[in-house]
Each structure stands twice: as structure tokens, then as C-alpha cells.
Ligand binder design. Structure first.
Ligand code: AMP
Length: 403
């Protein structure tokens, strides 16, 4: 029996079919550019080679039909009855969902109610659920929210110091994102350190194109750097992270830009891209520095700003955890692969008991401990795996109804 993990976006659908028995991957794939003639479908069976087909795919219904047909036609499963549950990544669960839930009509309505909080993702996540309900009716669907893990943040950490009515009337508060990744890392770090999941204390740095840090105390999120939207916090690929909100009005006047244009600037033209002027991609920034010249200086500055902001968060969250972190963890594209960022984010924090062995750092292959032997706090590099956590939640539900 299998569970299907689905991540349904505006023009893409990603899936993984995972065995309930041993968590092995039966198939994974991706449909991209849905709604265009250049749409394509790529997939792999087990550990086999990736297959790719380019064909017009009009909508999500067609995309998911292709996925389901491939799974049966290629013999991955004999029939769709072998899919015991579907786990959907849903970005925003508002304050309503602190854990994974079975999708019911009421839950669908709650996800719809969160569209105004997560307008870029929730409508498409919802579409994935609706299409699955039509194509394979009767199969239980689970909603796994990016925000759920952070629902344990205390009020004093998740409220903004704005008029309180904005919170009660319009739900303006910090929600945090990347929750599934932070939760996965907390459980994997506990395993690596031989601690139980409810006693682990870590500072997790999820550093991808989007990035967030999370302070995890006794296995629970107590603070995180993203806020009402993913814009707050760290300097990211194209997002500014923290800044003085007064700048918005100032730029609108000076640059004659609308509020929508400034919002787009903060989300899509800022961060590493904005400072370097060349790219949001860390690998390309290093390439730029290697080549030298004027662009290299700006690339260096972008990286210096990014690691400095990260260091401030790590130090602040060590305070949040009363100095009792078991580990600082690095994960996602940059965190798992970039020794320079790890080195500079923790440089000078030896006074907090964080000592990195730079040789281990340079040669780290996740999952690894790169702390010096003498370090009081471990420093871990862990490959995140949000899909497996979604699969586990779906599998746990299947087991619960079999009892
Ligand atoms: P993600 O959003 O998790 O896919 O992460 C994207 C970021 O990770 C980009 O800035 C990439 O440059 C960076 N990245 C991914 N793979 C590597 C790698 N092997 N070495 C350095 N950076 C990487």
C-alpha cells in the first residue's frame, strides 16, 4: 500500500508515491508549466532514470490524470486502489491548524478562508485536493500545513506591536512558514543526538531560495523568522527580509511606484538579487566572485549581508532558548551545500559554545556533525525531506483507521 504526497502550485504539480511499509520511494515526478503548450511531465520509477514528455497540459485535472495514468500504465501500482491516502502540502492554515488533519468539507472551507493570508499558494493547494476528490473519490486526503508547526509560538513572540484590533479583526500576526521542514529537522536532529523528540532544543536554519530560522524548544517551535508572510526575517534569494516599514512609503514617493510595485520589489527584486544586481542563486554568486571585477564586490557584499543577518538570528535564538541549544542545524539548498555560509553565520559565536571544525565543515556530506570535538553545542548539516514527513503523516492516518 502507498501514500501519495502532492504539492500543487499555480502552474506545477509535484508528487511522490511512497510505500507505507518501508517508506521507499515508488515513483516521483513533476508536471510544470501547466496551462501552456510547453507543459512537460517528468517522472522516475523507483531509482530509475528520469523520463520526460513535453505536451500541452491544460489544467491541474489533466496534470493529475496523467500522473495517475502513468502510475498504473507503467505498473508502479496495479490500480489506484493501492493508494491508501493522499498527503497535500498546504501552505497556510492560519491559526486554526496546529497539526495535520483529514480533509473534510469544513477543512476545505477553512483552507478557503486562509486564501487571503496565503493568496499565492492556498488556491492551488485547494485545487489539488478538489481534483483528487474528483479523480479518485473516497481516498482519504490529509492537509499538512507549512504554518502548523509554529502554532506553539507564545503570543508575545507571534504578535506584532500594532493596534491589537488588527490581530483580532484581521488575523494580523506572525505565522511562520517552512514548518514541515523545521519539524522534520527537529525529529532527525533528535535521532542523531540520541535525544527524544520532545526534549530536543535546536536552532534550525532552513536556507533555500526562501529561508527561515526556527528556535525549537522541547521539540516545539517557540519562535521563527518568517512572519505574517514569508517576507520577514532573513535576507533571501529575492526577498529583503527585515527592514524598516517606513521605507515603503518613502520609495513609493521617490520612485513613483505603486504599493503593488513596491511589494513586488521587496519579494522579487530584493535580497541577494537586489544587492548583487546579478543573481539570487548562491552558486552563481560564488561564480561571480571567482571571475572578479565590479560585480564580484556586490556579490561579496550580498553574501556578507546574508550571513550577518543569519548570525544575528542564531545569536538571538540562543537567547530565546536560554543558551540551552543542543545544536545549530543547517538545511535546504544553501544550508546543506555551502560551507562558506555555515562558517560565516557562526563565526565569533564560540562564546556561546558554538565551535565549528572547519575541515568537517568543508567536507560535510549530509547528514553530518561539523562541530569541533570541544564544542558544547553540536553543529549539524541535515538534508531536509518535507515529503517524507507528509508521507509519514498520511501513513499514520491510514494505520489509525486500520486499527
Ligand atoms: P532550495 O530553495 O532549497 O532549492 O535552495 C536554492 C539555493 O541553494 C540556491 O541559492 C542554490 O545556489 C543553493 N544550492 C543548491 N545546491 C547547491 C550546491 N550544491 N552548492 C551550493 N549551493 C547550492
Amino acid at each position: 500500500m502507498y501514500v501519495l504526497v502532492l504539492n500543487s502550485g499555480s502552474s506545477s504539480v509535484k508528487y511522490q508515491l511512497v510505500s507505507i511499509q518501508d517508506e521507499s520511494l515508488a515513483s516521483k515526478g513533476l508536471v510544470e508549466k501547466i496551462g501552456t503548450k510547453e507543459a512537460f511531465y517528468s517522472y522516475a520509477i523507483g531509482n530509475g532514470e528520469k523520463q520526460k514528455e513535453i505536451r500541452p497540459i491544460l489544467n491541474h485535472e489533466e496534470a493529475l490524470s496523467i500522473v495517475f495514468n502513468t502510475l498504473t500504465e507503467k505498473g508502479v501500482i496495479r490500480n489506484l486502489g493501492e493508494i491508501s491516502a493522499i498527503g497535500h502540502r498546504v501552505v497556510h492554515g492560519g491559526a486554526k491548524f496546529a497539526e495535520t488533519v483529514l480533509v473534510t468539507d469544513e477543512v476545505m472551507q477553512d483552507i478557503r478562508d486562509c486564501i487571503e493570508l496565503g493568496p499565492l499558494h492556498n488556491p492551488h493547494n485547494l485545487k489539488g485536493i478538489e481534483v483528487c476528490a474528483r479523480l479518485i473519490p473516497g481516498v482519504p486526503q490529509l492537509a499538512v500545513f507549512d504554518t502548523a508547526f509554529h502554532q506553539t509560538m507564545p503570543e508575545y513572540a507571534c504578535l506584532y506591536a500594532l493596534p491589537y484590533e488588527l490581530y483580532t479583526r484581521h488575523r494580523v500576526r506572525r505565522y511562520g512558514f517552512h514548518g514541515t521542514s523545521h519539524r522534520f529537522i527537529a525529529s532527525r536532529a533528535a535521532e542523531m543526538l540520541g535525544k527524544s523528540a520532545d526534549t530536543i532544543n535546536i536552532i534550525n536554519c532552513h536556507l533555500g531560495n526562501g529561508a527561515s530560522v526556527c528556535a525549537i524548544q522541547n521539540g516545539k517551535s517557540v519562535d521563527t523568522s518568517m512572519g505574517f508572510t514569508p517576507l520577514e526575517g532573513l535576507i533571501m534569494g529575492t526577498r529583503s527580509g527585515d527592514m524598516d516599514p517606513a521605507i515603503i512609503q518613502y520609495i513609493m514617493g521617490k520612485e513613483k511606484r505603486s504599493i503593488q510595485e513596491v511589494d513586488s520589489m521587496l519579494n522579487k527584486e530584493s535580497g541577494l538579487l537586489g544587492i548583487s544586481g546579478t543573481t539570487n542563486d548562491v552558486r552563481e554568486l560564488f561564480e561571480c566572485i571567482r571571475k572578479g571585477g565590479a560585480e564580484a564586490k556586490r556579490a561579496e557584499l550580498a553574501l556578507a549581508m546574508m550571513t550577518y543577518r543569519l548570525k544575528k538570528y542564531v545569536a538571538a535564538y540562543m537567547g530565546v532558548l536560554n543558551g540551552k541549544a543542543d545544536a545549530v542545524v543547517f538545511t535546504a539548498g544553501i544550508g546543506e551545500n555551502n560551507a562558506h555560509v555555515r562558517k560565516h553565520a557562526l563565526a565569533g559565536l564560540e562564546f556561546m559554545g558554538i565551535e565549528v571544525d572547519q575541515s568537517k565543515n568543508e567536507n560535510a556530506v549530509p547528514d553530518a556533525d561539523i562541530a569541533a570535538e570541544s564544542s558544547r553545542v553540536r553543529v549539524l548539516v541535515i538534508a531536509t525531506n518535507e515529503e517524507i514527513l507528509i508521507a509519514r503523516d498520511a501513513a499514520a492516518y491510514v494505520r489509525s483507521i486500520q486499527k
